[in-house]
Design a protein. Structure first.
Length: 249
């Protein structure tokens, strides 16, 4: 179901005291937003129980930064299953973040399996796709994001596409302070929506890559941009809430 969403990816930042303070500040204002988007914070896994407990009964939900591709339990050292994340209170799981793809060599196929495992556990996968600067310069943006998207659809089955959230995150814009222009982002979002076929119109597609309080409104004003996946700016309550306000319906 298509809707407005802002999710804050905290990456590998924080400690218990910082989590407490940041959530206090977010919750202080989140309830006062008019027509708020769906809002999520995505902390390092070790903080998920603390975050879930603090957010209970609030309009903000919690997500995971990754999810094991295997269902059930087993000898998968270092991984966390979808069922465990669900039991810990997660609603969403990122899959295929560009840092996972680039730094930990996650393949398109593995990302697809992670999406399948997330769905099986009742989590909404936020499927990250995006091109590098070299790929954009070589005019390969559409090929790359389509390859990444189709690998996930092949794994989940196209009939489950409507249960996914897609995050278009150009790699060259993540953590660089260099944002895609609203027009550049809109063009890729429209392309992805088209490639999702008949259900494309029903799918939430958010943009990520150096979204800040001062550029969110222009990005979210584009027809096919339904909100944002926010990295650095989600660690500052004021920035995060301004971005949420920009995505309000
Ligand atoms: C991200 O980590 O998904 C991201 C978009 O980071 P940033 O907003 O810092 O570019």
């Amino acid at each position: 179901m298509r809707g407005r969403l802002v999710a804050g990816n905290w990456k590998m930042h924080g400690n218990r005291a910082m989590v407490r303070e940041l959530l206090d500040e977010i919750l202080d204002q989140a309830g006062q937003l008019v027509s708020p988007p769906a809002m999520a914070v995505i902390p390092p896994a070790v903080f998920i129980p603390q975050v879930a407990e603090r957010l209970a009964g609030s309009p903000v939900v919690v997500g995971a930064q990754n999810v094991c591709d295997q269902e059930g339990e087993g000898a998968f050292t270092g991984e966390i299953s979808g069922a465990m994340l669900r039991e810990a209170g997660c609603s969403y799981a990122l899959v295929g973040h560009s840092e996972r793809r680039a730094l930990y060599a996650e393949s398109d196929e593995l990302v697809g399996q992670r999406a399948v495992a997330a769905l099986a556990a009742g989590l909404t996968p936020i499927v990250c796709v995006g091109e590098t600067l070299d790929e954009r310069d070589a005019d390969r943006t559409e090929d790359v994001v389509d390859r990444q998207l189709q690998a996930v659809l092949a794994a989940t089955g196209a009939e489950r596409a409507a249960e996914l959230v897609i995050a278009y995150e150009p790699v060259w814009a993540i953590g660089t302070g260099r944002t895609a222009t609203p027009e550049q982002a809109q063009a890729v979002h429209a392309f992805l929506r088209g490639r999702l076929g008949a259900v494309g119109a029903d799918i939430t597609i958010v943009y990520g890559g150096s979204v800040k309080a001062d550029n969110a409104e222009a990005l979210f004003g584009m027809d096919d941009i339904d909100g944002g996946l926010i990295g650095g700016a989600s660690l500052k309550a004021d920035q995060f809430l301004t971005i949420c306000r920009a995505a309000a319906g």
